[in-house]
Design a protein around this ligand. Structure first.
Ligand code: 3EB
Length: 356
């Protein structure tokens, strides 16, 4: 029997499902007691974004590819009623087990200080606030983080030519260190993409209990990257596995054409797409070893980031033979965090476990 994503909604503790534009327009507090939060991808459609005062919403200001419309919405839903709150200037909703929040930071409101760029300081501030919020609310365990920032590959002459993604990595790691958190091993799954403009935007899903981090044997752990990729390593795991009553969630981080620590297939977008899927397959094998599950490439939901819009057909053609045509795939034009990377793929999955 086929299981569609819609079959999960309301039946498992937490579900992620598309929210079509008509539904976005109809969302309201009382009518959606289990709505944890939203992600909306698209540019030029800001007017269609729902404006609900106490709803955490991440607007990913990036174009959709492949004729999926101007705006794509995705809703996290809980089976139970959520509470809405705000702390540290961050809007969040939570049920008994998970908290979803979104923080947006305008980096121009930060001055450079002691060699730290405004972006570095904005990133550190955002993460410090996330950690204070999570500690205060009793959801200290970060499971998954979605990071979007403008001009991710731009280099700043005033900071020794340091690429903005690398500035972001310094601020992020400093926040983890400052909060007394680990910067390797038990770190969240994540993605970090470049968008055309707007604030630094960070969405996060956190739990009361830790998720299990997973690494990819084909890749050096990102938190162990050598200094060639910046003064501080990125703080993320290749995937995390989180448990809820009766449900397991798998979050596969943004995954690119990297083997060891090096970019492979430079200039070959189809090759990069296939290598990204080979990396995801390797992460799935680790997930299956860790949890006894049988995740396959066909059972995932995907977000595919393509640097050059004109590469969309080539990327889709490369991925189609590898993932079931029924798999949910959203294609987005975004910049990847190394100038030579042309594509990045992230994924998630959920299964019932029968464990309370
Ligand atoms: C990589 O493997 C590609 O900095 O949070 C993927 C996922 C990447 C997350 C992040 C970066 C991040 O290094 C880039």
């Amino acid at each position: 029997m086929d299981t569609t994503r819609e079959d999960f909604v309301g039946k498992v503790p937490l579900s992620l499902a598309p929210c079509p534009p008509a539904q976005l327009a109809a969302l309201g507090g009382e009518r959606s007691p289990g709505l944890l939060g939203l992600a909306c991808i698209g540019i030029g459609a800001s007017a269609a974004l729902p404006r609900i005062a106490d709803l955490p919403l991440q607007h990913v200001a990036a174009p959709l590819l492949g004729g999926t419309g101007a705006l794509y919405g995705e809703a996290w839903r809980s089976r139970s009623t959520c509470i809405a709150g705000e702390g540290q200037g961050i809007r969040f909703r939570a049920d008994a087990n998970v908290l979803y929040g979104v923080v947006e930071v305008v980096e121009d409101s930060f001055a450079a200080a002691a060699g730290a760029s405004p972006l570095q300081r904005a990133t550190e501030d955002a993460y410090r606030r996330i950690f204070r919020l999570l500690d205060a609310e009793g959801f200290p365990e970060l499971w998954r983080v979605w990071n979007y920032l403008p001009a991710i590959n731009a280099e700043s002459p005033e900071y020794g030519g340091l690429e903005r993604y690398r500035q972001f990595n310094v601020g992020r790691q400093d926040a983890f260190l400052g909060a007394g958190r680990l910067t390797g091993g038990a770190v969240p799954a994540a993605c970090a993409l470049g968008v055309a403009g707007g604030p630094l935007s960070i969405a996060f899903l956190a739990g009361r209990l830790p998720a299990q981090p997973l690494e990819n044997p084909r890749q050096i752990s990102a938190w162990n990257y050598p200094a060639d990729y910046g003064p501080r390593a990125p703080t993320f795991a290749r995937a995390t596995l989180a448990q809820l009553p009766g449900q397991e969630l798998l979050f596969v981080s943004g995954t690119a054409s990297i083997v060891g620590h090096r970019t492979v297939h430079a200039g070959d977008v189809a090759g990069q797409a296939r290598e990204s899927l080979a990396n995801i397959a390797a992460v799935l094998a680790e997930a299956n070893k860790a949890s006894g599950a049988r995740y396959t490439l066909d059972t995932l939901d995907y977000r595919v980031y393509v640097r050059r819009a004109g590469d969309f057909d080539a990327v889709r053609a490369a991925l189609l033979p590898l993932i079931d045509e029924r798999a949910a795939v959203v294609y987005v034009q975004a910049d990847i965090c190394r100038a030579d990377l042309l594509v990045e793929v992230e994924a998630s999955a959920s299964r019932a476990t029968g464990r309370a």
